[in-house]
Design a protein. Structure first.
Length: 736
């Protein structure tokens, strides 16, 4: 018998049960990989199941590799299962044996993402769609969505109706499918689709594969889609055993097709199925689990379970509410610096956020305090494609340098080909001038290219004139550039990353607005120079660094200390889920649950006040913070839930710059850093009351909505919103 002394009672039952159909609900940090691998060892060593009769399906190469490595330490080499793989790798092995039934050779070609885009580009050229606004990435996404939904070319054509873009995409879809047939090639979607078709159309082939496997085990079962489930059900014959492991509370990929109802309603397809709950957590402290449980229990479409742990730690979850986004970022960076001086490794710390655009301020704060960091599974904010495009358009206004021009002259596409670009470069060299000066002279172009160049130059010169006049705020000018250049439309056309790219553009606008608000005497040129300071840093990999990532990227990872940022309505949960049905909100809550349960020992949940450019309104506390069990939480000193301390982003920077002084204090090692109190000029003798209209030298006109000692809560007009400000001589009543 295998050694089960390291398993708890529920884990032991999950390993040893002899039921034919088993659903293991494995909560976060409950040791599911240990259970899954030990189950396989039990089948081989105790039940005398032949290793080649066991099929274990995972959904990432990393998970498959980890499972193989664990089993290699637990079994003799000759007893190791031969069928442990991702679902796509499994399909390749099946198709290599039997795809000839579908008229394909066994050495069919597998297309990668670049190959797919090449076929789409070829299709657009052959179908005379060169001037279409469609991007190859957008069309590849469209084709993938149709395939996974099992929508044929003919059905796609009917659905397109008379809409030009949809009609064009359907035509490309048809070309793409036919071209792949000609090449005997399959893309990743085809691997599953063709395997399902093979099993559906050829019963003898299906029977052969059903005889091959007696035990089918599926990891991360909560993330499978309908087509994958169809494949799994085909593979499980009447006499085979199906063992699925997953957690409905961690279903966060419905936007990728994952269907939480599959694991929820498993017993409907397998009426005699047994469910075993793994709810003892070995990762997180009791306080972290209590807070996480209190949030996720608000979901209705879930199997009731509550994680618990025997891990003792008196530290509570720390909540921090900042007066502004910039102050939130500064506080997090300062807290990390504090922890590091106390001996915490940077690599033990992660900052999690709902969307990629939220990394902007955090990256700045990290750089300001010289904290090494990496963006896990992503790209730094100022290096993202659409952000670099927008910054290059701004550079055209200020310097019109050759590098900026080369990047954006044909972004979005204007029909400026490589040959035309070569001619521009050569003419600039010949005349010892810039490339933009060549465009302005417009002497080497003719026909359509000449008109395109004229329009481009006119657009740039128009923006330059607006910037020189200084009558339009720079963030509004940037919005105008987004519209007129086509950058915004280009982002909107990217079906796969549309929302993310548009949010990055909004975040850049907010960044420029904050810069001009805080530095009214500085120019656009100085803003661009400031950005250069943040982008001009060593890009080499650093092993000892803080990891910044989206919550989606954090799935499956764990860290000693986790900061979850921007827990505000419209951000986390995001605006779309709030507007969506209850299904959307439940997924957001699952996402929050995943974020919180990444933390092993220390969890910080952070939010910010002030006006948000992204949601176009004042920031409000996320419902997820309100749902938390506050008996297991503590407010960080300086959190706006306790008292107002910092009143503007300028003061946030004073706090940030003063943090070195705070760090040098000899205080209690476990103390949570409080914000540095900003020195205010001596208050004037004017008496302010609720309802007074006041004039602030920076924020303009506002109405007092609350008076508390020497602090005023004032509602200013767009874009500043609600602010808490200490009374000072520069604050005047209107009319005085």
């Amino acid at each position: 018998m295998i050694d089960t002394t390291l398993l708890n009672e529920n884990q032991k039952e999950a390993v040893l049960s002899d039921d034919q159909y088993l659903r293991i609900i494995a909560g976060a940090g409950s040791g599911k990989t240990r259970v899954l691998t030990t189950r396989i060892v039990h089948l081989i060593e105790d039940e005398d199941v032949r290793p080649y009769k066991i099929l274990a399906i995972t959904f990432t190469n990393k998970a498959a590799k980890e499972m193989k490595e664990r089993l290699s330490t637990m079994l003799h080499e000759e007893d190791e299962p031969r069928w442990i793989s991702t679902i796509h790798s499994l399909c390749v092995r099946i198709l290599r044996e039997d795809i000839s039934c579908l008229g394909y050779p066994k050495n069919f070609t597998i297309m990668d993402a670049d190959d797919q885009k090449s076929i789409v580009k070829e299709a657009m050229k052959q179908l005379d769609l060169k001037d279409s606004k469609l991007t190859p990435g957008e069309v590849v996404g469209y084709i993938s969505n149709n395939k996974t939904a099992q929508i044929s070319v003919d059905a796609a054509k009917k659905m397109a109706g008379s809409f030009t873009d949809d009609t064009d995409k359907a035509r490309i879809y048809e070309y793409y499918v036919n071209r792949l047939k000609e090449m005997y090639a399959l893309d990743f979607d085809d691997l599953i689709l063709k395997t399902v078709t093979l099993f559906s159309d050829f019963p003898s082939v299906l029977e052969k594969w059903q005889r091959r496997f007696e035990y089918v085990l599926v990891d991360e079962f909560q993330d499978i889609d309908n087509l994958q489930y169809q494949l799994i059900r085909f593979l499980v014959g009447k006499n085979a055993s199906l063992y699925v492991v997953g957690d409905p509370d961690q279903t966060i990929y419905t936007w990728r097709g994952a269907n939480v109802d599959i694991i929820m309603h498993f017993e409907k397809d397998f009426p005699n199925a047994k469910t075993i709950m793994l709810n003892e957590n070995y990762r997180s402290t009791d306080a972290i689990l209590r807070v996480s449980n209190s949030v996720i229990q608000n979901n209705k479409n879930r199997l009731k379970k509550e994680l618990y742990t025997s891990k003792k730690n008196e530290d509570k979850v720390i909540h921090f509410g900042a007066e502004s986004e910039e102050y939130e970022d500064a506080w997090i960076a300062g807290m990390i610096q504090k922890l590091h001086t106390q001996g915490k490794k940077y690599s033990d710390i992660a900052i999690l956020y709902r969307s990629n655009y939220l990394s902007r301020g955090l990256e700045k704060a990290m750089i300001d305090l010289r904290i090494p960091y990496i963006i896990y599974g992503g790209i730094r904010f100022y290096e993202r494609m659409e952000v670099k495009d927008a910054l290059c358009y701004l550079r055209m206004i200020v310097t019109a340098d050759d590098l900026a021009l080369q990047r954006i002259l044909n972004r979005p596409k204007r029909g400026i080909g490589g040959k035309t670009m070569d001619n521009i470069v050569e003419e600039a060299r010949r005349n010892n001038s810039t490339m933009y000066e060549v465009l302005k002279a417009n002497q080497i172009f003719s026909g359509k290219a000449k008109k395109t160049i004229e329009e481009f130059v006119s657009m740039i010169e128009g923006w330059k004139a607006i910037e020189r006049e200084g009558k339009m705020p720079l963030d509004e000018l940037l919005g105008k550039i987004f519209e007129e250049s086509g950058v915004k439309a280009m982002c909107e056309a990217d079906e796969e990353k549309r929302d993310e790219r548009l949010l990055n553009l909004k975040a850049l606008q907010e960044d420029l607005q904050n810069f001009t608000n805080d530095n009214p005497d500085l120019s656009l040129d100085e803003y661009l120079q400031n950005i250069a300071l943040y982008t001009d840093r060593d890009s080499g990999e650093v092993s000892e660094c803080v990891q910044l990532m989206t919550v989606h990227a954090a799935k499956g990872l764990e860290f000693d200390t986790v900061f979850v940022t921007d827990l505000n309505e419209g951000i986390f949960p995001n605006a779309r889920s709030i507007e969506d049905s209850s299904h959307g909100m439940e997924e957001e809550r699952r996402l929050a649950y995943v974020a919180f349960t990444r933390a092993k020992n220390h969890l910080y949940v952070c939010e910010a006040g002030g006006f948000s450019f992204i949601i176009q309104g004042p920031r409000q506390t996320s419902r997820f913070i309100k749902e938390m069990d506050h008996d297991y939480m503590v407010e960080a000193p300086g959190s706006f839930n306790q008292r107002g301390v910092i009143s503007s982003s300028r003061e946030a920077r004073i706090f940030k710059n003063s943090f070195a002084d705070f760090m040098s204090r000899k205080d209690d090692e476990d103390e949570i850093p409080s914000p540095i109190h900003v020195e205010q000029p001596k208050a004037n003798k004017v008496k302010f009351k609720k309802g007074d209209t006041v004039i602030h030298p920076k924020f303009g006109e506002g109405i007092i909505i609350k008076v508390k000692r020497e602090m005023l809560e004032i509602a200013f007009t767009y874009p500043y919103g609600l602010k808490k400000i200490a009374i000072f001589p520069g604050l005047k009543k209107k009319g005085e």
